[in-house]
Design a protein around this ligand. Sequence first.
Ligand code: MG
Length: 378
Amino acid sequence: MQTNESTGLAPYAATESSSLGRRYTEPGTRYRSEYQRDRDRIVHSTAFRRLVYKTQVFVNHEGDMYRTRLTHSLEVAQIGRTVARALSLNESLTEAICLAHDLGHTPFGHSGQDALNACMRDFGGFEHNLQSLRVVDELEAKYADFPGLNLTFETREGILKHCSTKNARELGELGRRFLERRQPGLEAQIADLADAIAYNNHDVDDGYRANLLTIEQLRQQVMFAREFDAVHARYPELEDRRLIYEIIRRMINRVVTDLIENTQAAIRRLQPESIEDIRSQPGPLVSFTDAVSVEHRELKRFLNENMYRHPTVKSMQDKARERVRALFDQYMSKPLQMPDEFSARAAQGDTSVKARVVADYIAGMTDRFAIAEYERLC
Ligand code: MG
C-alpha cells in the first residue's frame, strides 16, 4: 500500500507497506496515512490534553511562564519533524512518537515518578515510559472496537524508549528488541534525541527565568559560552532577555544541524536498504558527533547540579514526593475514594492488581488535581 506520504521516503524509512500493523485490524481511511492517524488519535486523547497541567521541573501552579509537558511535547515534535524531513524519513510517525512520549508521566515531574515507583516497589514498580505505552494500549477508553488507541507497532516501538528485561519479556514482539539488543526504527531514534535537545535547551530558558541560573553561571558551559560570545560581539547592547533567547535558538540550531549531518554520514557509511537493516544494528544510527555529544552531556550534568538540585526546586520535589506517597496510601486503604471505573477494577483482583489501578489513577492526574486530592483526603 504505497501512499502519497510514503513516496519520496528513504528505503529504510518506516512506511505503511513495511509496517508491523495494529494490534486490532482496522479498515484504512481515505485521506490519512496510518501514521497520521496515530498522531491524530494521540492529539485527541485525554492523556494528551492533561499534559497542559503537568510539569517537568516546576509544579504547574508555580508560574505561568514555564514549560509544561504539553509545550515540551510540541517542541520535541517540531525538532523531530525537522530532522525526519531532512533525512527523508517518515515525518508523521516521528511526530506521533514525539507527541506521545510523555503521556505516561506522573504529576510533579520526575519526583512524582520516583515516589510512585517507590510505592510500587512490591508490585512490579512504576516506569513512566512503560506507563506511556499502557496509556495508549489500555487506559485510553475512546473507541467502540478496542481498548486504548490501537496505534501502529512503529509508534508503540518509539514510545517504549527503554524497558527492564523483566518487563520486556512480558511485552512480546514489542519487548523483543530489549532482549536481543536490536534498535528501533530511525523515527524512534530521532524522537529520543529530539526530547533531549528540547529539554536541555528549554530548561536553560526556564532556569534563567526562574532565577535559578545566572548568565555568569551559564557561561561556564561551552555550548552556551560559544553562542554568548558570538551574540555579544555582534549585539553588545542587547538586553538579557533577548540575549538568552538568541543564544538558545542558536544552540538548538547547532545541535540539530550536527544531528542531521552526523546521521547522514552514518547512513552513507552503512548504506542500509530497509528498516530491518536499521533494526539489526548493534547501536543507534541517529547520533551527534562526539564533540557535540560531550557538550550536550555536559550541559545536562550542569542542569542536574545547578537547577534540578537547586534548593527551591528540591523543596518542591520533597513536597511532591510526600503528596504522591500520601495519595497512594489513601487509595490503597480506601479504594472507593477513586472514581467508579477505578475502584471497580481495584475490587477485581489481589493487592498487586489494586496497587496497579491506584498507580494508573495517580499517574493520570495533573499537578493541580493531585494537589486538590491531597488536600481533600490527607
Ligand atoms: Mg520528554
